[in-house]
Write a protein that binds this ligand. Structure first.
Ligand SMILES: Nc1ncnc2c1ncn2[C@@H]1O[C@H](COP(=O)(O)OP(=O)(O)OP(=O)(O)O)[C@@H](O)[C@H]1O
Length: 259
């Protein structure tokens, strides 16, 4: 399996706001690898450093030290102009489907926006590409394209978020609690979509979550974070009830604490 993402000795520290709020070490020498087409779940209790790790991977926050390698490029050694073309190949999908869409922008324009921003909008092929992206996530350009976000369900909005992320043909999606904000009745549909897209497009997922059932459903490997460090890594098989597996108890305990 080809390694797509490699994180080595990552350290993220937030500066203190004043003398009474000291700097906070959020990620403490975290290392992991993610192969192309696979899912690694980062689980752990609230405040354990999952989102800070994801921000550093996405280049949204400069780590204090350590390296992030993506497909042979050391992202942490690049400046913003050098990073820009690479950013297209790893995209975030956020937790809050409504919050990540502009309330007054129609769905087809929301999906077209990343293409425009990336300078890849072609007036002739663009609308067809938007329709393809909507179809890829189970929406219909005619039925849904002209609607506003509040005219869609939470699950449909999250599908639009995924379509926007797919607009740049990424190899990696960073999924931060992708269904946590959704009604339980629509979660399975979005999860099945993500699993299906991974198979069809060969996507790798870095999945940040609290939900053990979700990890079981989606992940190939799982890393447990605690106080900024990875304290366990295991195959997700370890979560499938194999009580004799040495990691199972710790994994389950950590995931429950995070639940
Ligand atoms: N912008 C920030 N400024 C200062 N400290 C921060 C900031 N963001 C996070 N932290 C701190 O860094 C640590 C790790 O937070 P982080 O959000 O990465 O954890 P998490 O595991 O993703 O938590 P959750 O599951 O609640 O989202 C926590 O102690 C948190 O309080």
């Amino acid at each position: 399996m080809t390694t797509l993402l490699s994180v080595r000795d990552l350290v993220v520290r937030y500066p203190g706001r004043n003398r009474r709020v000291p700097p906070r070490l959020a990620v403490d020498r975290v290392s992991f690898e993610l192969a192309a087409g696979q899912t690694l779940a980062l689980i752990g209790e609230s405040g354990s450093g999952k989102s800070s790790t994801a921000s550093a991977v996405l280049g949204l926050r400069r780590p204090e030290s350590g390296e992030v390698w993506f497909d042979g490029h050391e992202l942490t050694a690049l400046d913003e102009p050098q990073l820009r073309p690479l950013r297209l190949r790893f995209q975030p999908v956020f937790q809050d489907p409504f919050g990540s869409l502009s309330p007054r922008r129609r769905i087809r324009d929301a999906v077209a926006e990343p293409l425009r921003v990336q300078g890849r909008w072609d007036p002739r092929s663009g609308p067809r590409r938007v329709a393809e992206l909507l179809e890829l996530v189970g929406l219909d350009a005619t039925a849904h394209g002209d609607r506003l976000p509040h005219e869609l369900s939470g699950g449909q909005c999250q599908r639009v978020g995924v379509a926007r992320a797919l607009a740049s043909d990424p190899q990696l999606l960073v999924l931060d609690e992708p269904v946590a904000a959704l009604d339980p009745s629509v979660r399975a549909g979005v999860l099945n979509l993500l699993t299906d897209l991974q198979e069809r497009l060969g996507l790798a997922y870095l999945l940040i979550c609290h939900d053990l059932a979700l990890v079981r459903h989606m992940a190939h490997r799982v890393a447990v974070m605690q106080a900024g460090r990875i304290v366990e890594t295991a195959s997700a098989q370890a979560l499938h009830g194999a009580a004799e597996h040495p990691h199972t108890r710790e994994l389950l305990a950590a995931a429950r604490r995070g639940a």
